[in-house]
Design a protein around this ligand. Structure first.
Ligand SMILES: Cc1ncc(COP(=O)(O)O)c(C=O)c1O
Length: 504
């Protein structure tokens, strides 16, 4: 089987459209992990993913008659773009069926590459069924996104380039897995020529169809598939692809959404490029592998497989990156509701940076604060922080792995507080540097009760805070003087209609 694939890979026609992408070093990550990490930059293909290779090779293998009739695929992702691009280059009519719910941006991207887009059904299954109907009715050839030997061979050219470009020692290659086309192509080529190199598949925990099949010894259908890494959100590994992967992929590593976000940041830090969630899987897998094996000095290559991410999603990625790195803990902490208790809490936190602080007055006895604190996986793990706070009399609920808290509750801490009278609402800006928030809370905290506080570190030079202070009418005149001593610019927002409507 391997020899057949290797011949197919060597004869693949991909370079009419695909480029030979470079292998780039990842110096920061290499230094951190104590291994040489290299990135095969498939995000630099004309359609920003490797999918163009398999799609073009498949088209190139069709007969003239098949090409004349046209091709069809059901996809809203990278396969659609790769196929549209390849088909236009070859002068083949391509029809792409997408569910009606597909975001306009994806529809436009495929149309811009010259394919005809048909919107059909509400879910992918219906789009797929319709594309099969077009095969029967119009005589189009269906181009599978991964489960086809010619597509697998096209993707395998990635491995051919790696072994040619990096002729020195390689310990392992980490490959993102969706339906398994890329992994099968790479495994076939590498295991034929350099079998001592490990080929390791990487999947999101929520979409681990190859792992499930390897464990079961047969292809299984996942009952649910997480969509965060949309490029690899596949419920069942392909038939052809599994036949190769089950024998030639050494193991499959799974990673969480937060670990993917952290890997996107790692790639950004080293290359100043942003990849899509599926694209970072190789790097996320390397990090887990190194942690598990404790290996040093190895040469580890990750396929950076694509960069098609909607800009809007970056907010979520940035929000989660530190959690994925175990550099942030999210905690619900109970503190006494009285002047000075914020200060006591900050003292308990010690030198650690506060990354988020959300609080709204609840009752006169105790206050629940939603707080983010910087931690370090080895030097200052979150377990130690939680223990320390408990020892100092602050009950803690660890929310770091709580999806509801991370996605929603953190944005919802607030509401009207009927018992709060005399509330003055102030918005501040202060230069973001270690200890600045602590100083700020310290100076603000002792005098008047804090009835509301919101802060989130956004990695910007300026920190922004909104705080509510309970200042009796006859002390109002002392506020400007007290704030002047803090020394940060501020705005009185007590009459802001947004505050009145939602919090006041
Ligand atoms: C960016 C990206 N990475 C990885 C994959 C997984 O490829 P395969 O389905 O061949 O396993 C895909 C599939 O579309 C992808 O778009």
């Amino acid at each position: 089987m391997l020899e057949t694939y290797v011949k197919k890979i060597l004869c693949s026609r991909v370079y009419d459209v695909a480029v030979e992408t470079p292998i780039h070093p990842a110096p920061f990550l290499s230094e951190r992990l104590g291994n040489t990490v290299l990135l095969k930059r498939e995000d630099l293909q004309p359609v920003f993913s490797f999918k163009i290779r398999g799609a073009y090779n498949k088209l190139a293998q069709l007969t003239d008659e098949q090409r004349a009739k046209g091709v069809v695929a059901a996809s809203a992702g990278n396969h659609a773009q790769g196929l549209a691009y390849a088909a236009r280059h070859m002068g083949v009519k391509a029809t792409i069926v997408m569910p009606r719910t597909t975001p306009e941006i994806k529809v436009k991207a495929v149309r811009a590459r010259g394919a005809r887009v048909v919107l059909h059904g509400d879910a992918f299954d219906e789009a797929l069924a319709y594309s099969q109907k077009l095969v029967k009715e119009k005589g189009f050839t269906y181009i599978h996104p991964y489960d086809d030997p010619d597509t697998i061979a096209g993707q395998g050219t990635v491995a051919m380039e790696i072994l040619r470009q990096h002729q020195g020692h390689i310990d392992a290659i980490f490959v993102p897995v969706g339906g398994g086309g890329l992994a099968a192509g790479i495994a076939a080529y590498v295991k034929y020529l350099r079998p001592q190199i490990k080929v390791i598949g990487v999947e999101p925990t929520e979409a681990a169809c190859l792992k499930a099949a390897m464990d079961a010894g047969e292809r299984v259908v996942l009952s649910q598939v997480g969509l965060f890494a949309d490029g690899v959100a596949v419920a069942q590994i392909g038939e052809h692809t599994f036949e190769v992967c089950r024998h030639y992929v050494d193991e499959v590593i799974t990673v969480s959404t937060d670990e993917m976000c952290a890997a996107i940041k790692d790639i950004y830090d080293d290359t100043r490029s942003i990849c899509e969630p599926a694209g970072c899987l190789g790097v996320a897998g390397i990090k887990k592998y190194v942690e598990r094996e404790g290996c040093q000095g190895q040469v580890l290559i990750a396929i950076d497989s694509g960069a098609n991410i909607n800009f809007d999603r970056l907010r979520h990625v940035a929000e989660r990156a530190e959690l994925g790195e175990q550099r942030e803990a999210l905690l619900a902490v109970t503190i006494p509701e009285r002047p000075g208790s914020f200060k006591a809490f900050c003292q308990a936190i010690g030198k650690r940076a506060i990354t988020e602080f959300n609080y709204r007055y609840h009752d006169s006895g105790e206050a629940h604060i939603f707080v983010g604190v910087q931690t370090h996986p080895e030097l200052d793990p979150r377990g130690a922080l939680v223990q320390q706070l408990c020892d100092q009399g602050f009950p803690v609920l660890d929310l770091t792995d709580n999806e509801l808290a991370k996605l929603h509750i953190r944005h919802m801490v607030g509401g009207h507080a009927a018992q709060v009278t005399d509330e003055v609402v102030l918005r501040f800006e202060f230069p973001e540097r270690p200890g600045a928030l602590f100083n700020f809370l310290n100076k603000l905290g002792g005098r008047w009760n804090i009835s509301m506080f919101h802060y989130r570190n956004h990695g910007a030079a300026w920190g922004r805070v909104v705080a509510g202070l309970q200042v009796p009418e006859d002390e109002r005149s002392q506020v400007p003087e007290a704030l002047a001593s803090i020394g940060y610019p501020y705005w009185d927002e007590s009459d802001n209609p947004a505050y009145r409507l939602f919090l006041g």
